[in-house]
Ligand binder design. Structure first.
Ligand SMILES: C[S@@+](CC[C@H](N)C(=O)[O-])C[C@H]1O[C@@H](n2cnc3c(N)ncnc32)[C@H](O)[C@@H]1O
Length: 227
């Protein structure tokens, strides 16, 4: 069986520390997918948002400026010190409503059960092992309140001839060295969604400039654990 070589947590932190604000150049293919995701996340009723792998804080700034109610809070998590600094700077005008933490890259989130009502993770699960992806989703389920929404985006397999070719080339580059593509490989998000605990409410594949992005919005439907 072919094994997929992935970058370790330390290597990912180093890569994204080096990339810094250059990460925002990926907006050319991510922005349309992010708009589609946000349109299905019912942000107007959100009160407590957590983002796993916040990058430069681009999506968070957009949410805080245009989509979330005035009292809503935001917690951003990232393994890269540079990304944490960039997000803090970008979100400084929202003061105490915002917290940004550097993590060790573990799927665990330092937060009590049933704390948040939105868990957002875009273009991060495609860097992680299958096992880690499942653990992040378990953690999202633990810290989301019942009825809370999970919003995911990732690179995926292209559904059209052009995007299929882009995916094939991307996968080859990843096989040669994951460093060439920032550790990212195409994945199918719905294949990681367990049958219980979540209701998948929306899925889509958005293709921009031949690059396909998978979008999933799912609701936490399980009875909360008692704390
Ligand atoms: C491709 S960027 C995406 C950033 C942002 N979510 C976006 O859509 O623009 C991946 C981000 O995830 C962070 N990251 C990678 N592995 C991580 C982990 N295990 N835990 C937390 N953040 C991680 C990287 O440092 C980087 O900021």
């Amino acid at each position: 069986m072919k094994t997929t070589r992935l970058l370790s947590r330390d290597q990912l932190a180093r890569f994204y520390d080096g990339l810094g604000a250059g990460l925002d150049t990926q907006a050319f293919y991510e922005a349309a997918a992010m708009r589609d995701l946000v349109a299905h996340l019912e942000m107007r009723t959100s009160r407590a948002i957590v983002e796993f792998g916040c990058g430069t804080g681009r999506l968070a700034a957009e949410l805080l400026a245009n989509y979330v109610p005035p009292g809503a809070t935001y917690l951003g998590l990232d393994v890269s010190r540079t990304m944490v600094e960039l997000t803090k700077r970008r979100l400084s005008r929202w003061g105490g409503r915002v917290e940004v933490r550097q993590t060790d890259g573990a799927p665990h989130v330092e937060a009590a059960d049933n704390t948040f009502d939105r868990f957002i993770c875009t273009y991060v699960l495609d860097l992680l092992s299958d096992e880690e992806i499942r653990r992040v989703l378990d953690e999202a389920h633990r810290i989301l309140r019942p009825g809370g929404l999970l919003g995911l985006g990732s690179l995926t397999n292209g559904p059209t001839p052009t995007s299929g070719l882009v995916t094939t080339i991307w996968r080859r580059l990843h096989q040669v060295s994951p460093w060439l593509v920032g550790g990212c490989r195409p994945i199918t998000l719905s294949s990681f969604m367990p049958n219980s605990g979540w209701t998948v409410e929306y899925t889509n594949i958005v293709v921009r400039f031949g690059v396909p992005s998978d979008i999933v919005v799912a609701r936490n439907v399980a009875t909360p654990r008692s704390t």
